[in-house]
Design a protein around this ligand. Sequence first.
Ligand code: ADQ
Length: 505
Amino acid sequence: KSEDKQNRAAASLIVVSNRLPFVLKREEDGTLTRKASAGGLVTAVAPVVVDNHGIWVGWTGLDDFDEETEVIPESSPDDKAPTAGLRPDQAIPLSVNPKLFDEYYNGCCNETYWPLFHSMPDRAVFNRDHWKAYQDVNDIFAQKTLEAVRSVHEKRMAIPDCSRPDPPIVWIHDYHLMLAANAIRDGCNDEGLQVRMGFFLHIPFPSFDIIRIFPWVDEILMGMLGCDLVGFHIGDYCLNFLDCCQRCLGCRTDKNKMFVEHCGRRVMVRALPIGIPYHKFESLSRIAPRVFPSDMKIILGVDRLDYTKGLVARLKSLERMFKKYPKWIGKAIFIQVAVPSRVDVAEYKELKETIDRLVGHINGEFSTPSWSPIRYIFGSVNQDQLVAFYRDANVGLITPLRDGMNLVAKEFVACQSESDPGVLILSPFAGAGGLMQEALQVNPYETDNVADVVDRALEMSLDERKLRMNQLKKREKRMDVDAWVRSFLSGMDSLLVPSVRPNHD
Ligand code: ADQ
């Protein structure tokens, strides 16, 4: 019955996110081909849109994109990419003037919200022009989304005897689009179109003390409150949000029933911890060819190259580990896969240089003629390789300084064998940290602590590894990405009244 409910709702699901779920490449003949993008959101949501005949609204990634150009989908229908099967009419591309986009994306999103929401305010830049660009681009997204809502309603009208009572659901994703909801709602109200809207934040929502540093915080909160449901990964982020709505806007909030009252509407706030396509990872891991020699202990890190992921501190911890526990010299290696990210932002370029230097330094310090402590891959690896890396690693070392959830921890768990599993080491400052309790916890800021825990993980008995990993696997299997989508959709369904925004000007 609940599956039926999900299908009903999802059949008119419109997902809105900064990027479409694929990267476009211009071929020599001028056509555009697509390739699924790396990143948490795509891995999680694209298969859901594909399966449920939904629509995805987003930016194409090209400065010179012409909305009339045909986009060629992935060649093989059984391609393992999460976007394989997404029909061209299910993707609504949007173009933005490059300068405006730069100020919105590199400026406001990446230089302001990203550090601030990860509680690193010293890194955040506050700039009025960037904020203005953010408002303008959110409006462009809102107008495109309105087109999608209109098209869903028109399709329904065109079906004889279509009696669908449920309004389409617009699901807005992430910090790029915190202002879009109210313009969509206003447009729908003007045209008499019913819609329900949900917002999900993939990154942490910080405490009042941090968020109040943002000069236009009230607008952000009111933007999110334009939705009927606001979701976060974990309860702590929900509580921070409720607190901010109360203290910044003076809204009445209820921390037991988890809602905010705003402009005569009740906005539900929910902890909806994201999961992964567990079965897909598990089954791929069973067939992937072995990638590492079995006599070498493998410690693995997989991240976007981002300062929130704690790569510099992790490398220093590994240096400490090899110094403090020389028994691992020649016996263990640390493999770090780092996907290039936000390469246009100066801070990320500097981070890459720092990491390059540190890897060189540590390898120089400990290497022997036949062994080096660190193997560093700066680039994306394909899914088969990634799965083999996860499966063959003895230790998954996931130590973000702050992270909304962290899907890598979950993917690592899904790929571990039941009979001889590895050990997950996890930072409590990731959303996943509080949920995946059987992992070994480390404080990523304390290099000595990380060094000790890595040694402990490498020495852990088979019985303890099995006990911990099998519990972790059970939870991730149950709370997979489908369960996440189901809980979002049932959260949307449980709203008592389809909300209509009162005219309050
Ligand atoms: P991200 O910051 O991108 O996501 P994460 O949750 O770890 O972080 O997801 C990364 C995804 O990219 C994983 O699915 C992983 O498989 C893939 N990936 C990483 N490195 C790769 C590589 N080298 N090659 C190929 N694929 C790679 C944001 C938030 C997170 C939140 C997610 C989902 O910052 O906190 O968990 O969204 O909500």
